[in-house]
Design a protein around this ligand. Structure first.
Ligand code: AMP
Ligand code: MG
Length: 314
């Protein structure tokens, strides 16, 4: 069993020591639990890929502890600066051209861009207080392609001894990954819908559109099959068939094994999604009720579509 410790000044200081000396620590964020390594340490970054079984061509998000640190690693233009001021710290990842200074080559999968995020979580300040300012690479703390973890127990189940320590901060409040935007000049495209709904960007970006799978920016969250349980997944189900578990959303007459939100609240559904997919993973097929596409529904449907996709497309 990995060393699981509740978040405290002492445990965060110990986690910072492990990271500084090349170890791996699973950390809670406002989105999901991340598997962290010091981003400038080639060997530690390689261990992240190994522990997850993640293909080396899939780049990692660089997590900084202070918004101002973005300029160390990326060329920050006016649009990026505006978005950072408005959404950071928070669940927005911004892809930008690299600056002169680079994190570990392995983390960047040979791209000339870098994905950066400043998470909104208390341990960043606690690590700064003990003199560690990152940056960290931090993909979700699960085996590649599987369902992301939203509790320390999920991480322990997926990664076991592959991680040196797990900081337990309870259940992640958003429960779904960050929104990923790529910025080129003063335009932006949506690479991955996520915890910040697309319409929140309307005051800053007029024509935000989702980029369909693009080999050039091949990355894990963009693979057709990802976030997938072992069970088959049947979407937009309005009935429950033999041998299926029913995953409901909102009030329903169908006998449901789990309801993502009894009241049809999308934020609650996002928070419960990965827990539910893990809980129901012992059946042949999970039948999922229709989820509306507005607000956080876009990200939930994105993950469900990938969970339902043929695993050959991983
Ligand atoms: P994960 O950390 O597993 O949630 O996934 C990382 C996500 O970051 C991927 O889905 C990509 O969309 C994105 N990503 C990371 N680096 C880049 C990059 N340089 N260019 C485009 N997307 C990136
Ligand atoms: Mg992931």
């Amino acid at each position: 069993m990995p060393d699981i410790q509740k978040i405290s000044e002492e445990s965060v200081a110990k986690a910072a020591d492990i990271l500084k000396s090349g170890g791996l620590v699973a950390l809670p964020t406002e989105t999901v639990y991340g598997l962290a390594a010091f981003a400038l340490d080639d060997e530690a970054v390689a261990r992240v890929y190994n522990a997850k079984g993640r293909p080396s061509h899939n780049p990692l998000i660089v997590h900084i502890f202070r918004p101002a640190d973005a300029k160390n690693w990326a060329q920050v233009n006016d649009l990026a600066e505006t978005l950072m001021a408005h959404f950071w710290p928070g669940p927005l990842t911004i892809v930008l051209p690299k600056s002169g200074k680079a994190v570990s080559q392995a983390a960047g999968a040979d791209l000339d861009t870098v994905a950066i995020r400043c998470p909104d979580i208390s341990w960043t300040k606690a690590m700064l207080a003990v003199g560690f300012s990152g940056p960290l690479v931090m993909p979700s703390a699960n085996r590649s392609g599987h369902v992301s973890p939203t509790t320390a127990g999920h991480v322990a189940y997926d990664l076991g001894d592959k991680v040196d320590m797990i900081l337990d901060g309870g259940t992640c409040p958003n429960g779904i990954e960050s929104t990923v935007l790529k910025i080129e000049d003063n335009h932006a495209v949506l690479l991955r819908p996520g915890a910040i709904p697309t319409d929140a960007f309307a005051p800053f970006i007029s024509d935000l559109r989702l980029v369909k799978s693009d080999a050039h920016i091949s990355a894990p969250g963009m693979l057709k099959s990802h976030y997938a349980p072992k069970a088959k997944v049947r979407l937009n189900a309005t009935d429950k068939r033999n041998g299926e578990a029913f995953l409901a959303f909102g009030p329903t007459d169908i006998e449901a094994e789990f309801n993502l939100s009894d009241t049809g609240n999308l934020a609650e559904a996002a928070r419960n999604l990965y827990h539910a997919l893990r809980l129901l993973d012992n059946v042949d097929c999970i039948a999922v009720a229709p989820i509306p596409m507005h607000g956080l529904g876009e990200a939930i449907n994105d993950r469900l579509n990938r969970a339902a996709a043929d695993k050959k497309n991983r």
